[in-house]
Design a protein around this ligand. Sequence first.
Ligand SMILES: Nc1ncnc2c1ncn2[C@@H]1O[C@H](COP(=O)(O)OP(=O)(O)OP(=O)(O)O)[C@@H](O)[C@H]1O
Length: 565
Amino acid sequence: MKLNPEAKAIYKGIRDEIKNLIQLKESLVYLEKFFPTNNKEEIIRRQEYLKKNLPKIRPELKEFLAKIKPIRFRRDYLHDRLLVVDDSELEKARALEVCDVSSEPLDGYTIILSTIGYGVDVGLSIAEIAPELYILPLWENKDVLKALSNIKALLGEDSVSNEILVHLREIEKVMKKRKLLSELDEIVREEEKRLNERIEELLKEFSLTLTGKDLLDFLKKLKEGDYESIFSHFSQVENEILEEMVKSEERLSNLLEIDVEIFSRESLYPVEVPTERIEAMRSELEREIKMEIYLKSREVLRKIRPLIPQLREELKRAYELEFLRAVSEFTQGFAFPELIEGGIGFINGRHLFIRNPQPVSYAVGEVVHLNGLNGERVVILTGANSGGKTSLLELISQIVILTHMGFPVPAEKAWVEPLDELFFFRRKRSSYGAGTFETALRSFARSLAKEGKKLILIDEFEAITEPGAAVKIIGELLKIAHEREFYVVIVSHLGEDLKRELPFARVDGIEAQGLNENLNLIVDRQPKFGVLGKSTPELIVERLTKKKRGKEKEIFERVWRAFKD
Ligand SMILES: Nc1ncnc2c1ncn2[C@@H]1O[C@H](COP(=O)(O)OP(=O)(O)OP(=O)(O)O)[C@@H](O)[C@H]1O
């Protein structure tokens, strides 16, 4: 569908509004597929797709969909392993580009894999040689798998993520160990601190027991040269300290599941584990954990590999669902328009960007469902300042654009003929002058010259030229539009003059009904069909007469009287 720049701006406004509701960037591509189209079958296809899918959307889906992220299985090169293969397989193995390959075992690798019996037996595939490339992304995205499972459950469907999650539990233990490894420094330093505190306690108790009579005893034995009993006194505390050390090491052994002997028996207090010893422990643990992760991953992957394509499908569907969810949120209370021939109309349409708008019913062309119309294709919309004329043109555009996107529209009911073009001429308050007039005239004429089904919306064309000339120009252009069977709604204050020129046109009016107690205009936004809208300057003068004081009031009173006479 062809949209001139102003119409396109309205389309973009709608698209951005939906875009803002979409929580996942991967879902945005779906929105791009809904650019307005003039193809009736395509509009119907889109409507049917949305009619089928929107009812599935429930508000509870939102929080789970927000947690969906892509699970990327990256093809990394793993430097920790060597694959030993027969000479004849070297080329094929290297082509996998997943780890170093050799025809004989080499030093310096944590994991040695082999197809010819030099290490852990493997087949020549990435899943066998580097199963972690599949399993670790799944493990790191357990939240995504859980969310997917919840989403499917809300749809009353089963998800493969449930089965994947069950199998992933098999690597839970080793993954916990891997986490501990990353915290090894803190764990050892914490134990070291605890041990030192315990030793301090022991020493404190020990010094307390040495007071008084014990001290005299001690001195006596020293004089007598009875070192044995003095040493035995000290060794008692030494033993207790050693016992505490063993306890600490046992605690670490249990936690890390390796033998731990890291506290020096040479210096008993304060205890300090040398960094090299922690590092040695770390590399031993790392080696063990890497091997265990490899073996477990391979075991798990053998079971879940066949589920991965379906998982990919489910993730894709989740992105689509998030798009649908945003559309559903945006179109709450909207209705699907009926595609008809001969006109455009709606009942109780609500402007998308006005808060609590007064619903408005409107039509151009042959729409039998609205009373008081005679199928006029050209309509002149007149009436009160700030009555809502521009807003009505916007509302018509919104309904027409959403219809051509295949979406429901903000109205109770709507009937729209599929069009080839929407042309919206918006009056720009800032730009007046010969240049503006010429540009506008040219683009108006260009739109009139081209074939196709069209809706032309014009907001106060006369504002950019003189009223007298405007009647002639607009009159002639609208005659052409009428001959070519285009639909036109034109906002104009020159209703009476234009009506004379264009007997085929309908004139509608939005009317101000008076002033309320705060002297604000009361406007009925619903245009009256076939009725010229009364203009409001009179009401504005009345308002100023009532609001102003003194000399100014006198002036406005005189002007107001002029209206009444
Ligand atoms: N259906 C509606 N319900 C509630 N408010 C509305 C409605 N239509 C328009 N308005 C409000 O009325 C004000 C004037 O609207 P708008 O600019 O469309 O009027 P207008 O007739 O084009 O005015 P002007 O003659 O000055 O160009 C805006 O603030 C708009 O939000």
